[in-house]
Structures are given as C-alpha cells and as structure tokens.
Design a protein around this ligand. Structure first.
Ligand code: ZN
Length: 356
C-alpha cells in the first residue's frame, strides 16, 4: 500500500471537506461508503454513475471461504476506493464466551460448521491481499449499552491488539468503549500516530440519534484533527445527516437499497411510498429536475407503481438507482455548503424537525 494523504480544504462548524488520495485513487469527503444491496444489484459503472465513491467489503467473507480473488478492484471491476471491514464483530457474534481468546477469536463457521480461529494478523493479511485502500483494525466491540466490565475488557483487548500490530497507511484504528466517555478516551489514546484515521465501532442504528450525537461530538473533540473520521454505521437519513453535522468524514450507508426494498423513493428529506394506490395515475418523474438514470430515462411514478405492484424486480431497481443518486447528490450539496461556509435552511429545518 502506498502513502495515504488527507487534504482538508474547507471547514464549516464541526464539518470539513477534503480529499483522500490513496493508491492513485481519490475521494472527496464527506462521503458515504456504500454497503448493502446496491453492491449486489448494480454494476460498478452504475454505482459510479450514481455518485458512489467508495464501496465496502467484509474481509472475513473471503477468509472463511479461503477464496483468493487477489485485488478486489480488478476482481469486482471497481475503480473507486475500496474499504474493508475486518469482520471481527461477526466472529465475536458467532463465538461462545470461551472463544474470546487473548490472541484472537475462536468460533464455528455458521455455514460449514468448522471450528475457525481468526486473529488480528489474519484480518490484516486478508485485507491487504484484497487490495483495500482503507482498512479497519481488529477489535472487540461490545454493544453500546453493554455492562461496564464488558466495555472495559473490550477496550483493554482492542488496545492490546492495536499496540502489538503497528498501523500502516490506510489503517483506520478501531475505537470501542460503548457510550462511556472514559472508555472511549482510553481507546483513543492507544491509536498510534501512524493510523490514517479512526473507525468508531459499536454505534449501532438502534442507539438513539441524540445519544449518537452526544458521543460523536465528544469523540470528535478529542481526535487528532488531521485524521479521517469514519462511522461504520448504516442508519436512516436522520442518522446520516446527524453524523455529517458532527464532522464525520466517511459514513456507511445502505439506505438507498433499504428504502427501495420498501417501495420508497427518497425525495428531498422525505420519501414517496410508490406502492400506494395514489401513484397509479401519476405521470410525473420521481423528483423534479432529477438527473438520475431512472428520471433521465423518463420512467414515471405510475410506471414504477405498476412494476412494484406486479412484483417485477425492475421496479425496485429503478428506485435503487434514484435513491442512490439522491443520497450522493445530498452529500455533494453538503460539500458545497461546507466550502461556502453556510449550511442551507432546508438542512437546518430537517435537523430541527428531527429534534436536533
Ligand atoms: Zn431520479
């Protein structure tokens, strides 16, 4: 892996916009890291057309199947930024309490039933082998509201791994510790100078957004400002915008696919439930002046309603393209707002409506 640079171009309140350059690829922040059904439904060219800059793969899936695809950019045909998760969180979910060892985690593969032992060294080797541009370190991340003793053990274990496996360029150091300030602080102090950024673990979508905001504001204030801030949590639009306003640079998102699967088109900060009867005779495009592949092709709300209600998969696909484009357009708009030093009235109104 070559050197990673993160150039911060503009600040606005806690937010900043910048350019990440790694392995000859670039990404402008803040940005979403695409996860979920978009990656299994759309081609790399369609993802790029919808403004996707980064995709995510879970390294443990490749490690478990012992497949050796080599560099995933070539294997998947993806020329943008590739982020990999270590998958340690899933190994922990599969493990019994006695499987939590000091040097890794032991568990039965849920597919083959074979006993496996996954270590920080394995996680690093597989992520490097897959050609990841940004990697997330091995961590024991307990639930946000886990008992203090468990959170303490998670911090101690993760810090031990972090200090015994020095960070390389592109590594995002895991931060654990649930909602406890002192635990998060202890986790943060173990991050070596060589880490390219922080990956804030354990902030699951079920944690109330106001609590997420409290934690993220606290953490951002303690972080080295030149390092990347990554939140690997795929929440709803409110959670995404809240994290952006806290100053996160990269945030996971599978929102486009989840909304499309429910028959919803994202329009502005709201959504249209296209499977409802009232759209049966609606000849309008999904959104005014939308330049997504679906709206550009002239596909109407009525057409998508028909496709959804007659169970034709292309209906969901049209929604996915539109939603993905819309989310990435929102991010592009936010980058422009940060550069201009002013947050728009509609974004402020949305956050106020959500109780922020
Ligand atoms: Zn559209």
């Amino acid at each position: 892996m070559k050197k990673l640079t993160f150039q911060i171009n503009h600040h606005c309140q806690e937010m900043r916009t910048g350019t990440v350059t790694v392995n000859g690829r670039q990404l402008t922040t803040p940005a979403v890291v695409q996860t979920g059904s978009a990656l299994t439904t759309l081609t790399p060219a369609e993802l790029a057309e919808c403004g996707v800059q980064a995709i995510k793969q879970d390294a443990i899936d490749y490690w478990l199947t012992a497949s050796h695809p080599g560099d995933l950019h070539a294997f998947l045909g993806w020329s943008g930024i590739l982020v990999t998760a270590s998958g340690a969180d899933r190994a922990y979910q599969w493990a019994k309490p006695r499987g939590r060892k000091h040097d890794g985690v032991s568990f039965h593969d849920p597919v083959s039933g074979q006993l496996k032992f996954y270590t920080p060294q394995d996680a690093r080797a597989i992520q490097r082998g897959l050609g990841a541009d940004l990697t997330t370190g091995f961590a024991r991340a307990d639930a946000y509201f886990a008992p203090v003793d468990d959170l303490n053990a998670a911090v101690e274990q993760t810090n031990g791994w972090l200090t015994s496996n020095p960070c390389l360029a592109g590594d995002l150091a895991p931060l654990v510790g649930g909602g406890l300030k002192w635990a998060r602080q202890t986790s943060l102090t173990a991050v070596p100078a060589g880490a390219s950024g922080y990956s804030i673990l354990g902030v699951t979508p079920d944690v109330p957004v106001a609590e997420q905001v409290r934690l993220l504001n606290e953490l951002v204030g303690m972080m080295e400002p030149t390092k990347l801030r990554y939140l690997p949590t795929s929440g709803d639009l409110h959670q995404l915008v809240a994290a952006l306003l806290c100053g996160l640079d990269l945030i996971d998102s599978d929102l486009a696919g989840r909304e499309a699967a429910m028959g919803n088109a994202i329009v502005g900060f709201g959504r249209l439930p296209l499977d409802r009867e009232r759209f049966a005779g609606d000849g309008q495009a999904l959104a005014d002046r939308c330049n997504c592949p679906t709206c550009r092709a002239g596909v109407s709300r009525a057409a998508i309603h028909h496709l959804l209600t007659t169970s034709q998969p292309v209906g969901e696909r049209y929604l996915l393209l539109h939603n993905l484009f819309t989310i990435n357009q929102l991010l592009a708009r936010i980058r422009v707002m940060i550069a201009a030093g002013q947050i728009s009235a509609d974004l402020r109104k949305f956050t106020r409506q959500c109780g922020q």
